[in-house]
Design a protein around this ligand. Sequence first.
Ligand SMILES: NC(=O)c1ccc[n+]([C@@H]2O[C@H](COP(=O)([O-])OP(=O)(O)OC[C@H]3O[C@@H](n4cnc5c(N)ncnc54)[C@H](OP(=O)(O)O)[C@@H]3O)[C@@H](O)[C@H]2O)c1
Length: 257
Amino acid sequence: MLPARVLLNPVFLALVMLYTTFYSPISYGSTILPPHLIMTLISLVVAASKTGMGIGCGGDLPWRLPEDLKMFKSLTTGPNNNNAVIMGRKTWDSIPAKFRPLPNRLNVVLTRQPTGENSDGNKTSSPYPDNVLVASSVDDAMRQIAERNINNTFVIGGGEIYKTFMDSGKVDEIYLTEVQADEDKFTFDTFFPKLSPSDYDCEDVGGGEKTDEKSGLKYKFLKYTKVAEGADLNPEEMQVRRRERRAERELAFANSE
Ligand SMILES: NC(=O)c1ccc[n+]([C@@H]2O[C@H](COP(=O)([O-])OP(=O)(O)OC[C@H]3O[C@@H](n4cnc5c(N)ncnc54)[C@H](OP(=O)(O)O)[C@@H]3O)[C@@H](O)[C@H]2O)c1
């Protein structure tokens, strides 16, 4: 194992970038870099109303869609149980205590409240279980995730966190459950930012419109994939571009240490 000062050295990282760009046969998303240097794909998972992009009300979800929760669980857990989910403190609070942390995923909670210290500077116990990562900023969250062997990172809400990530330009793909929830029947106080259609390719990944048996709500599983600069690239070139982006991000994190 090489020492951290070598692994985080920009020259070493540049060599890794060249290697992964031109020689590596391993596809994007696999563990090509040492665990603490893995940059993950950042996906965002959300269920929003079709017309107004409403996602929440009164600190809770506006609807109960069991099939959506099933999809969420399977997508974010993945085949190898080595994904991370990032959420805002209010979304963490909204998950019933017996269901959190979300199992088989690294749970990362964003909060600006320092944990482990009260206002007098005295030590207190953290309100989060030991296996939950607490991060004070998006970069802090990404840095802590980069130190672990994580495959994909899913941003799971809520409104404030979605907006922060969307504004950061770090989101590679968005899994959107588009719910036909009319504003005359539903009230929302939390929203997902408007998506710019020219920035993303959209595909239906759920086989068309579905209807929830109990509520009669109609919904669709959509996936938005960020259109890279040079959208005319072929799949191999696109893969090279993604590896470059991953190495660039790693350099940015290393330099921000
Ligand atoms: N439909 C969906 O798919 C979906 C998914 C998830 C959640 N939701 C809904 O969304 C609502 C919650 O969303 P929300 O916008 O109110 O809250 P949120 O985004 O879940 O959490 C906001 C909190 O996150 C922390 N935070 C925000 N930005 C931060 C940053 N840059 N660095 C560090 N900490 C940061 C702050 O916590 P502190 O106050 O502790 O500092 C802030 O109060 C609920 O109604 C929930 O049910 C819907």
